[in-house]
Design a protein around this ligand. Sequence first.
Ligand SMILES: Nc1ncnc2c1ncn2[C@@H]1O[C@H](COP(=O)(O)OP(=O)(O)O)[C@@H](O)[C@H]1O
Ligand SMILES: [Mg+2]
Length: 267
Amino acid sequence: MDTYILKIGGSSVTEKDNNKCKAKTDVIRCIATEIKKAKSERSFRLVVVHGAGPFGHKLVTDYGIKDGIRDEKDAEGFVRTHNSMEDLNKIFMDIFREEGLLGFPVQPSACIVQKGGKIERFDTSIVSKLLETSKDIIPILYGDMVIDSKLGASVVSGDAIVPHLAKKLKADRVLMGTDVDGIFTADPKLGRNARLIENISKSNFNEILRSTGEATNVDVTGGMRGKIMRIRDSLVGIPVVIFNITKEGHVYRALMGEKIRSTEIRL
Ligand SMILES: Nc1ncnc2c1ncn2[C@@H]1O[C@H](COP(=O)(O)OP(=O)(O)O)[C@@H](O)[C@H]1O
Ligand SMILES: [Mg+2]
């Protein structure tokens, strides 16, 4: 049975453009119903990783703890950022439950330790066991603040969790949902002439990396550029689809293996 990892970008499910800690519950509900529909029509295992939006980025920026924690105030920021991410995760959990899905929260800060802002240890055995227990259980992870052996604590992005998990679980496909249709020749939010790049392979990767920027809004983890650098570093051999998760029907079609407007990366 295929295993898919679905990343739900923070920009799609929060008021990221206004930098407000508010979830777009209608978008989350739509995603949940589409997962439910796909699950009723074919068998696959699924892991969900959701991003943070302002629930993470705003607090990290306000407390100034992007590069680690040094004093008591920073420690407070670390705890408050984690608390805030749990608030967002709870919104996902409630909606998934209401839509009849077996979402199971897996707290990244309880299974990941970083070193200098990079994952050093990640106990993925809990996620594997959950998937083995039942094909209907959907482990749900999220961007978080975790213990860091060099910096005290640091941010682990959903975009960093996804490739690590995909590799460990030998996922068959990674679906990265974001708020734009994929990777463009330039930031589509800034220029009208941006053109969607439908396929990325080894041969055009470097050229594309040069034209890809960070997010236009507050994102401490590197936006689109951060995403594809992490994909290059760990996802060799696993196909990745970057698509617009705010468009109705896209999650369903992506889970059914149908072609949607997107960027497909095969390295
Ligand atoms: N070349 C590009 N192609 C697509 N998006 C880009 C590009 N350069 C910058 N971006 C920006 O990256 C954003 C996606 O990154 P991010 O906000 O971190 O999404 P997410 O919340 O899904 O992680 C897009 O909304 C877009 O504004
Ligand atoms: Mg992001």
